[in-house]
Design a protein around this ligand. Structure first.
Ligand code: ADP
Ligand code: MG
Length: 358
């Protein structure tokens, strides 16, 4: 498991960050980055670079290659966390990190605060955690890019989720207000509510049920399907207001499997209400009855985060795993093992980088 540990953030010098940033840039084309390349990108002297590498390795922000055929280091998730947190701190979005409030299938959730002591939620996407099997099964995916970058996929997840949060929040949907995003991390409004899964009893069950179904319809009328609309991703406040979270897998109603995804969302709610609240309704939304009224799906696609190849990478890795909660703990070990065993030929997935070494 990868946990957020930024205790060492304060001990890193400007130069250490320069070298860490150089790692991120070089990761575009290399899973394991040779030291000579780092010296070139970071423009640090050989001795200064060696010193930073030793500190970064000690803090486990980079990891040496154990294969004899290759040398160099790779950026770890902890290293990527440090880069993201540093960027969020520099922008004033995060000043301190508090408790972990959630560990999802593919993310870690923390309470954070900014300089004005306002509380927010930091979501760190950890896509490799459960997507290993799906990606491994998609041979073509690994065949062409032997060193599939989990950090890249996590970053795509964060970009997608942030884009969907923005468009939905701006259009009056009940989602947390998005604040900032860097790499695989997003900062959003803290919702003081409980996942529907852990709510004991609801006063007006039929009202909550129909609100949820109406929400599915309203999203679809605007061109979108949540794709993982279940009791874990619906937050219910004490005043019975609903907030929807966890959006990176949203799809357009034009998606080839749209009907299946919409039916699955509807069925999740029906089954949950039946099992938990013994509530059965004869009414639920049907895909054929949805009338498109606007095109938020197209607007968000036009935002630049959704090029065809990015969508394909993301969907290959993500969509298959929805609803599969098993083996979460074991999978990270497999991923680590797999990455070590996997002999990179230097053709990593291309990472579009926001990092620049000044
Ligand atoms: P995952 O993709 O890993 O399932 P989620 O976005 O569903 O991650 O978040 C996991 C858990 O973290 C949620 O079930 C919820 O308890 C908590 N959580 C996530 N976002 C928020 C938020 N904005 N406010 C309050 N709690 C949140
Ligand atoms: Mg979730």
């Amino acid at each position: 498991m990868v946990n957020l540990d930024i205790r060492n953030l304060r001990y890193l010098t400007k130069q250490d960050f320069r070298v860490l940033t150089a790692f991120e840039i070089a990761s575009k084309n290399h899973e394991y980055v040779p030291i000579e390349l780092l010296i070139k990108i970071s423009k640090c002297s050989q001795s200064a670079c060696a010193r930073s590498i030793s500190i970064l390795a000690q803090f486990k922000l980079i990891k040496p290659c154990v294969s004899r055929k290759e040398n160099g280091f790779r950026l770890t998730f902890a290293g990527a966390d440090h880069l993201a947190l540093k960027a969020l701190c520099n922008r004033g979005s995060v000043q301190s990190v508090g408790n972990q409030i959630g560990v999802g299938k593919e993310s870690d959730i923390y309470v954070v605060s900014n300089e004005s002591h306002e509380t927010f939620v930091l979501k760190l996407h950890r896509l490799g955690r459960t997507s290993f099997r799906a990606v491994k099964n998609t041979r073509d995916y690994l065949g062409k890019r032997k060193s599939a970058s989990w950090q890249y996929l996590s970053r795509l997840a964060a970009e997608r989720e942030f884009a969907y949060l923005r468009i939905l929040f701006d259009n009056g949907f009940p989602v947390p207000k998005p604040l900032d995003q860097s790499r695989h991390c997003i900062v959003m409004e803290f919702i003081d509510a409980y996942p529907l899964r852990s709510v004991g009893a609801i006063e007006n069950v039929s009202k909550v049920y129909s609100e949820l179904m109406q929400l599915i319809v309203r999203l679809a009328e605007n061109g979108l399907i949540h794709g993982d609309f279940n009791e874990f991703n619906i937050l219910l406040a004490d005043d019975a207001s609903i907030t929807i979270i966890d959006l990176p897998q949203m799809v357009s109603i034009d998606h080839k499997n749209a009907e299946e995804y919409l039916n699955r969302d509807v069925d999740c709610i029906r089954t949950f209400f039946e099992k938990k609240f013994r509530f059965k309704s004869e009414e639920w939304p049907k895909f054929s009855e949805i009338q498109r009224k606007s095109s938020l799906d197209r607007q968000v696609a036009a935002s630049g985060h959704f090029s065809a190849s990015k969508v394909r990478h993301y969907e290959d890795a993500r969509i298959e795993t929805i609803g599969d909660d098993s083996d979460v703990d074991n999978i990270q070990d497999n991923i680590e093992k797999h990455i070590v065993e996997d002999k990179s030929d230097g053709n990593c997935i291309e990472v579009e980088d926001e990092a620049t070494v000044p």
